[in-house]
Design a protein around this ligand. Structure first.
Ligand SMILES: [Zn+2]
Ligand SMILES: [Zn+2]
Length: 315
């Protein structure tokens, strides 16, 4: 049992392994009636009109991009120019930006883990397209891409979807991560990839892509996917890298769904001119966060990353 520091940030994880805990005990079941699903074909009028559909120009869609019906930001384009306001101890910026949803498939019960390689590559190319489109908008400084799946990950809609938030500021964790990862001059993640490629936390080591359970995993069975070359943004990946990343991504989701019924995915990439090493984080939501995790910078993880990697390799 030890307390491990995050690779770059000042966050600590108490790895407190409980051998009696097994993944299946964590699993929860839930259901949702298909007719009531706003993301199913035939129910398009239950969502705002599509921003984009793929294949383009065809009525029968495979992927549908819509504004979020309940946005966390005012979905107003074009954005008005704005500045940070500081009034004494209070600081703010208008909550303007875009909150979009990508409905990944017309099929209600499909997950990315069921997608073909071709379909997953198409989805990643849609991610790139929508991120680039939103980034062109004046006032949007960063597009945060994430996925909530399952009731413990922040959604009650089982129909597989991804969300994007075009934000008027660069998320502080992205800024901090980039700054700290270049503290020594060179990218520390390039070194981490070398190190984890030989560690008991390795899950997959391919030609262009690596997947491993991070040394200080905050979540049970947390898994990271990274390009091995120093690439800062998803739109800078070459076709062969996208193809391998897509394959590892869909296989990883399949593995995660064997251990958890809820998970989050986050894309950590650099802002337009940034240099952070790109990664995809898969965070199964098995244990709930308590008082320690929500505010101390210390997390308790009852599954060691080495045990998690071993399980993933054997699935
Ligand atoms: Zn549905
Ligand atoms: Zn790097």
């Amino acid at each position: 049992m030890n307390i491990r520091k995050d690779y770059v940030r000042n966050l600590w994880v108490i790895v407190s392994q409980n051998r009696h805990t097994r993944p299946k005990e964590f699993k929860k079941k839930y259901s949702l009636i298909e007719e009531s699903c706003p993301f199913c074909p035939g129910n398009e009028d239950k969502t705002p009109p599509a921003f984009l559909t793929f294949p383009e120009g065809k009525k029968k869609w495979e992927i549908r991009v819509i504004p979020n019906k309940f946005p966390a930001l005012n979905n107003n384009l074009p954005l008005k120019p704005h500045k940070m306001n500081k009034r004494g101890v209070l600081e703010e910026v208008p909550a303007e930006g875009m909150h979009m949803v990508i409905i990944e498939t017309p099929r209600h019960n499909r997950t990315i883990g069921d997608f073909s390689l071709k379909k997953t590559i198409q989805l990643i190319n849609v991610y790139i397209k929508v991120i680039n489109m939103l980034e062109k908008e004046r006032g949007i400084k960063y597009v945060y891409l994430f996925k909530n799946y399952g009731p413990d990950a922040g959604t009650s809609l089982i129909h597989s979807h991804t969300q994007l938030m075009g934000l008027p500021l660069i998320p502080p964790f992205i800024k901090e991560d980039e700054k700290l990862s270049f503290k020594g001059g060179k990218c520390i993640y390039c070194r981490i990839i070398q190190r984890e490629g030989k560690s008991p936390r390795l899950v997959y080591n391919g030609r262009h892509v690596i997947a491993f359970t991070p040394y200080a995993s905050r979540f049970n069975y947390e898994l990271w996917i990274m390009p091995k070359r120093h690439v800062s943004r998803i739109d800078k990946l070459k076709d062969e890298e996208i193809s391998e990343l897509a394959d590892v991504f869909r296989r990883s989701i399949k593995r995660v769904l064997r251990v958890a019924s809820s998970y989050n995915v986050v894309l950590k990439q650099a802002a337009r001119k940034g240099r952070l090493h790109l990664r995809i984080e898969l965070c199964p939501r098995i244990a709930s966060w308590g008082g320690v995790e929500i505010s101390s910078g210390i997390y308790i993880n009852s599954v060691s990353p080495e045990e998690a990697a071993l399980l993933y390799k054997n699935l």
